[in-house]
Write a protein that binds this ligand. Structure first.
Ligand SMILES: [Mg+2]
Length: 241
């Protein structure tokens, strides 16, 4: 297998999204329910995010709609009044988002790995383009990628639909069979990429796949640094201006 280009997922692959959600939520919780069980509330917030973000990807909720459902869900869980109108709910989320954004950072090894890869690189995410570009800037990764692609770019379907992976390769100008897609989700990222004809790389930081049989055609790496060994011609010093 030869890998001559890399497309990345962003959240929990290059950027510590889960850590930022946890830190941002705990801060918001300290403002609105300081006596609540912090770990249980944070776990519920994460569950609500997974649930309603999935409904958004399935076309059931708008971007803003999934945020509102998450806020209403956590308020109900906390036993607090749930506003009927959207304005109060949006203000609640905005206060959380401010804390979340302040807590968002790239993983410690991200820049080192990007520096070491001497191949064309891009990001393909299910986020919105405006959000993603702002996030990359905020964490110091702005301008690092030749391609930044989200479903809203051309009205493309979200991952794991093959069209988004194909569009990533087309934008990068690389062949699917030698382009790796690296992401933390087995189904959405690695299997989706593999089914689209790319090299699907599952970044399994938590060892969920240890001791289990990997689906054919998927490469599992325990951390981002392992990527440099997969990629042909990895050299230090490459930067995209
Ligand atoms: Mg991810």
């Amino acid at each position: 297998m030869s890998v001559e280009a890399v497309l990345f997922d962003v959240d929990d692959t290059l950027v510590d999204h889960s850590g930022a959600v946890a830190r941002g939520f705990v801060q918001r919780l300290s403002q609105v329910a300081p006596a609540a069980d912090r770990d249980a509330a944070a776990a519920e917030w994460r569950r609500l995010e997974e649930l309603h973000y999935r409904r958004h990807l399935d076309g059931e909720l708008t971007w803003q709609g999934q945020r509102r459902e998450r806020v209403r869900g956590i308020l109900a869980w906390l036993g607090q009044p749930v506003p009927a109108g959207d304005d109060e709910v949006d203000a609640w989320f905005d206060a959380y988002r401010t804390a979340f954004e302040a807590a968002t950072a790239a993983f410690a090894e991200t820049v080192e790995v990007l520096d070491a890869l001497d191949v064309p690189m891009g990001v393909v995410s299910n986020n919105s383009t405006a959000n993603l570009l702002a996030k990359l800037e905020r964490v110091g990764l702005g301008g690092r990628f030749e391609v930044v692609l989200c479903p809203d770019t051309d009205g493309l379907p979200a991952k794991p639909h093959p069209a988004l992976f194909h569009a990533g390769c087309a934008a990068l100008g690389t062949a699917r069979g030698t382009t790796a897609y690296v992401g933390d989700r087995l189904r959405t990222d690695a299997l989706g990429a593999r089914d689209a004809g790319l090299v699907g790389v599952w970044l399994d930081r938590h060892g969920r796949g240890a001791g289990t049989e990997l689906p054919e055609g998927v490469v599992r790496i325990p951390d981002l640094r392992a990527l440099t060994g997969l990629v042909a011609g990895s050299l230090p010093g490459r930067r995209v201006g």
